[in-house]
Design a protein around this ligand. Structure first.
Ligand code: BEZ
Length: 209
């Protein structure tokens, strides 16, 4: 196999980086991208990442021509144009807007979960803002309720941008909020997640134990 032509700044705990890794596996491109682990938080930027992505966030994908693509959504879109198989982001029609909207809701759920992590892990306990934490938690439950009642059948039809993003979000909830117990409130989603968790792309990209 030839050497990877691209390099991804990532962290094994990042659900946004996991989305990229899942898509790489699903589209047979994992060997094309070298992985560069970095530890970054909003209060601990990495100089090399900042050089390549001014806002210092991961994932960021460095291309062979030295261009850098960042934000997981843009990276997924780019990589989905680099393989010959069935697109994981529908190219046009109502399916495109529906699947991107579901992915966007799953991204918003992820944002809320990561913000809770930052607030509780990085911020001193005496400064924790409970109203703000409660509202992030409510965003998560409203989003999960929507997926449970309105979208689980659609999700089952394809493992694509919407499914990848939601699977990454649910994996992150299990990783950082293991006591949340979301499965009892959202049994259809739990069953969908159990099924997709068996995919090699999910097994190969699990967050650290
Ligand atoms: C985490 O450790 O929870 C985390 C790491 C990178 C990005 C987002 C979250």
């Amino acid at each position: 196999m030839s050497a990877p032509s691209m390099m991804l700044y990532y962290n094994a705990a990042s659900p946004f980086a996991r989305k990229v890794l899942i898509l790489l596996h699903e589209t047979g491109q994992a060997g094309r991208v070298g992985l560069k682990p970095v530890a970054v938080t909003p209060v601990n930027p990495d100089a090399e990442v900042c050089h390549d992505n001014p806002c210092g966030k991961i994932p960021a994908l460095c291309l062979a021509d030295d261009n850098v693509i960042h934000d997981s959504r843009v990276i997924l879109d780019y990589l989905d144009h680099q393989h010959a198989g069935h697109p994981l982001i529908p190219r046009d029609g109502p399916a495109r807007w529906r699947r991107l909207t579901l992915a966007s809701l799953a991204d918003a759920l992820l944002d809320a979960a990561v913000l809770i992590r930052y607030e509780t892990f990085l911020r001193p306990e005496e400064k924790h803002w409970s109203d703000w934490l409660d509202n992030q938690a409510e965003k998560i439950s409203r989003s999960l309720a929507y997926f449970e009642t309105e979208a689980v059948t659609e999700l089952s039809a394809h493992f694509d941008i919407a499914s990848i993003t939601l699977a990454s979000a649910l994996g992150y909830l299990d990783f950082r909020q293991p006591n949340l117990g979301w499965r009892s409130s959202y049994p259809r989603l739990a069953s969908w997640y159990y099924e997709v968790s068996q995919r090699p792309s999910m097994l190969e990209t699990q967050p650290p134990a």
